[in-house]
Design a protein around this ligand. Structure first.
Ligand SMILES: [Zn+2]
Length: 119
């Protein structure tokens, strides 16, 4: 992977983390993390997200001091798979303070997200 591609990848969350191709967005959903700020421990454990995410419609539904979590599902046609991108951020007025960002490339959250759609 060239440095330039890697560098660009930092700013393009729609670039495949594996092959750097541009991915197609399939779906996106906003959640809140059912935990207060002081209790948030950075983790990329998918079980943590499955157990603590609550679906919300919009950012204003999230109480102050609670982390938001934006989840986008992409499809990379080069790798031929779904890739889930999770961003954890703290809404501060009209700003978003990014805390963590993870890619899940092996379907860790696919079933969870599928179920959320029908709630
Ligand atoms: Zn790819």
């Amino acid at each position: 992977m060239s440095f330039l591609k890697k560098f660009k990848g930092l700013f393009h969350d729609d670039w495949c983390p594996t092959c750097n191709s541009e991915m197609n967005i399939l779906d996106k959903q906003l959640f809140m993390l059912n935990e207060t700020v002081s209790h948030y421990a950075s983790t990329r454990n998918p079980t943590y997200f499955r157990e603590n995410l609550l679906k919300v419609d919009k950012k204003s539904d999230i109480p102050a001091g609670i982390y938001a979590c934006g989840i986008k599902t992409y499809f990379c046609s080069e790798c031929n798979k779904k890739i889930v991108y999770v961003q954890v951020f703290l809404p501060v007025r009209d700003q978003e303070k990014l805390e963590d960002a993870f890619y899940y490339e092996n379907g860790e959250l696919n079933n969870f997200l599928e179920k959320q759609k029908n709630l």
